[in-house]
Write a protein that binds this ligand. Structure first.
Ligand code: PRX
Length: 658
């Protein structure tokens, strides 16, 4: 089974390379993982990078953290402000419900905003721009005031510690302000990416039992107006517990005003711009973020104030090597974990300027993204391989129209970066000057886990080594380390402060998904291999979770969306390699009696999936079939579908019912 998935992953990489019109990696014989290691060149850090790095003594730090893990994280925590110091760093007594900084009192806002007011109130905290050329800058002092006003308004609406606030907003400053205001008063935010459908939004609001939803009338994308409020109206009808909907009004578009609706401007205008930061326990929840798993129901991943702030602050400082005058741009959306940790909380805790851009990278022209880098003199740039591949396809002339000399460090996240894309990013965008931090992590890990630091020699396409204090390994299903060069399951063998604490209202799922799959270790759900030098090469998911353009979505979620179409009885969904998106979804569909295959029906079914889940769940292909391969207990064997589709050996089919 493992070998098959590895083969499929190798095929995915190879397919990408091929479309980029470069040599295809050999994948036909021998050790299949070997094909990934052919790009064996090492990229050593320059003298300049070495001299300026925040963390210079890498090897000693790794050793120190391994030998003194608690001390290592305690020292990271001591760099932050706390209301009251912890009594104990780590408590593993109630496994796997681990606790960090026990007895500590804090609030992430104390570190993301409050402490900066004394020293850098007039420094720009957020630069925001959208595709229409509208922009806004907020200093730390202005941001703090905005946050305080909203925090007071939320309190006036009856929100207090522990209450959940859902946020469904475009990439505008108010999304950050809403998250920060929620944290400030000890409420728990649940940001739902504003590309999700009404059904998906309602499901998340209901699971979190959110009392308040913060949204906007519209968003802007590719020259179009996205009527968010219409989606919200449909969702709200299915959310009885929701008390109020706060609407950021950005346009003159007509919107329906329902009885729960109130306007953001109206509720903040009368509020004071001062607000006490709530004193939280280190283990009090900060946010819930829903992510896809193997079942159709998304998991509400819970993160807490104390450990999360320590993990995020430490990683952003070392991985991105942040300096006082950095202009930092992470192109993700705050609706995903990357945006939570490394657009909002991380850069603000580091006290740098974080850029937010509402729009797509290639509209109105393919150089939009590089124009923004040039305009704001971005120095640290963090993006996803799918974006790099898309930009690479447009050709070198687009970035070359702009001065990218402000860049000094690049990052990649969300999926494996293929060596061709890595090299293009390195050479054309980083002008062979900027080290690339290929950061592997997850919604659940809260912080970057496997990554180079600027002083680490790089290999194109490898996330290199675990962050100091993290013990990652590649093992077989019994938890035994596999030999170097062989593929296996990626696990984390120890605990770390920013780890998820639970699945909201579902401790059983938390235990089973993460701690019981591979005895004793945190199961990441990913496949990986280590090469002879110990470098990690991440190869994608082991489970039925797809990664489309760096967005996680479960096969089961798409399957249940497919069967909401009246013509569909049953469906199986697999991921197929795609040169730009990494993966796309293909559906195998059994039609109900009386329905005939047609192109119109394919279109209608695709539309239904989009309506049910939102535009991120684009289904690229649909095949009509009479039967689906199933186990005797009736589970769809997606690996059989995948092997057939990709022309790979089907492997062990003894479990097949028919
Ligand atoms: O499969 C891995 C992939 O993205 C998954 C986590 O997705 P999500 O929780 O949405 O978080 C994405 C951003 C942190 C992982 O299980 N992934 C993430 N980063 C990388 C990656 N795969 C390879 N290389 C990476 N750098």
């Amino acid at each position: 089974m493992l070998a098959q998935v590895m083969r499929a992953r190798v095929a995915i990489r190879a397919a990408r390379e091929k479309t980029m019109d470069k040599k295809t990696q050999s994948q036909s014989e021998g050790d299949l993982t070997e094909a990934l290691f052919k790009e064996g060149e090492i990229y050593k850090p320059s003298k300049d990078v070495l001299e300026k790095a925040n963390l210079k003594n890498y090897d000693e730090t790794v050793k120190y953290a391994k030998e003194n893990p608690e001390k290592f994280w305690e020292e990271a925590a001591e760099k932050l402000e706390w209301f009251k110091k912890w009594n104990k760093v780590f408590d593993p007594s109630n496994k796997p419900f681990y606790k960090w900084f026990i007895g500590g009192k804090c609030n992430i806002i104390q570190n993301a905003l409050d402490k900066h007011l004394k020293t850098k109130g007039n420094k720009t905290a957020i630069i925001w721009e959208n595709e229409r050329g509208v922009s806004r800058k907020l200093t730390y002092s202005e941001l703090s005031k905005e946050v305080n006003k909203l925090a007071n308004a939320l309190k006036a609406l009856g929100i207090s510690r522990g209450d959940r606030i859902a946020i469904y907003l475009p990439n505008i400053p108010e999304i950050a302000i809403s998250m920060l205001a929620s944290a400030k008063i000890g409420a728990v935010h649940s940001v739902v990416y504003a590309g999700y459908s009404a059904g998906a939004l309602a499901e998340r609001i209901n699971d979190a039992e959110a009392k308040i939803l913060i949204t906007a009338d519209v968003g802007y994308r590719r020259g179009k107006i996205i009527k968010l409020k219409d989606v919200v109206d449909e969702a709200v009808r299915k959310c009885p517990v929701l008390e109020k909907v706060i609407v950021v009004k950005r346009s003159n578009e007509e919107i329906n005003i329902g009885e729960k609706d109130i306007f953001y401007d109206k509720i903040v205008e009368k509020e004071s711009d001062e607000c006490e930061t709530e004193i939280m326990d280190a283990e009090d929840p900060l946010f819930i973020l829903y992510t896809s798993g193997t079942t159709a129901k998304p998991k509400g991943v819970v993160h807490v104030h104390g450990g999360y702030m320590v993990g995020v602050a430490r990683t952003i400082n070392w991985v991105f090597d942040l300096k006082e005058d950095d202009i930092y741009w992470c192109t993700a959306n705050p609706g995903w974990i990357t945006g939570h940790s490394y657009i909002v909380y991380g850069p603000l805790m580091a006290g740098v300027t974080t850029l937010m851009y509402e729009g797509v990278p290639d509209w109105p022209k393919p150089d939009k993204i590089w124009q923004v880098v040039e305009k704001y003199k971005v120095s640290v740039f963090y993006t996803a391989p799918t974006l790099i591949r898309a930009m690479m396809k447009y050709g070198d002339e687009w970035p070359k129209r702009h001065s990218l000399s402000s860049l000094r460090l690049l990052g990649s996240v969300g999926e494996p970066i293929n060596p061709e894309a890595w090299k293009w990013y390195y050479k054309i965008i980083g002008e062979s000057r900027c080290p690339i931090m290929d950061t592997w992590w997850q919604t659940e890990t809260g912080m970057i886990m496997i990554t180079p630091l600027p002083v680490v020699p790089l290999k194109a396409g490898s996330a290199t080594f675990p962050f100091p204090g993290i013990e990652a390994d590649v093992v077989d299903k019994n938890g035994k380390t596999v030999p170097l060069g062989k593929g296996g399951f990626l696990v984390i063998k120890n605990q770390w402060p920013a780890m998820l604490r639970n699945v909201f209202k579902n401790p059983k799922r938390y235990r089973e998904t993460y701690w019981e799959k591979i005895p004793g270790y945190y199961a990441t759900g990913d496949l990986a291999a280590k090469d002879k030098d110990g470098y990690f090469w991440i190869q994608g998911r082991t489970d039925d979770v797809l990664n489309i353009s760096g967005h996680r979505i479960g096969s089961a979620e798409i399957e249940s969306a497919l069967v909401t179409h009246e013509a569909v009885v049953e469906a199986g969904v697999i991921g197929k390699p795609d040169p730009i998106k990494g993966e796309t979804a293909k559906g195998f569909v059994i039609l109900k009696e009386g329905y005939k295959e047609s192109q119109e029906l394919v279109q209608a079914i695709k539309l239904q999936v989009r309506k049910t889940l939102g535009p991120i769940a684009v289904i690229s292909e649909i095949s009509f079939v009479d039967k689906l391969p199933k186990t005797r207990s009736g589970k769809i064997m997606r690996r059989v579908l995948r092997a057939k589709e990709l022309g790979l050996p089907v492997g062990d089919v003894s479990g097949l019912a028919d």
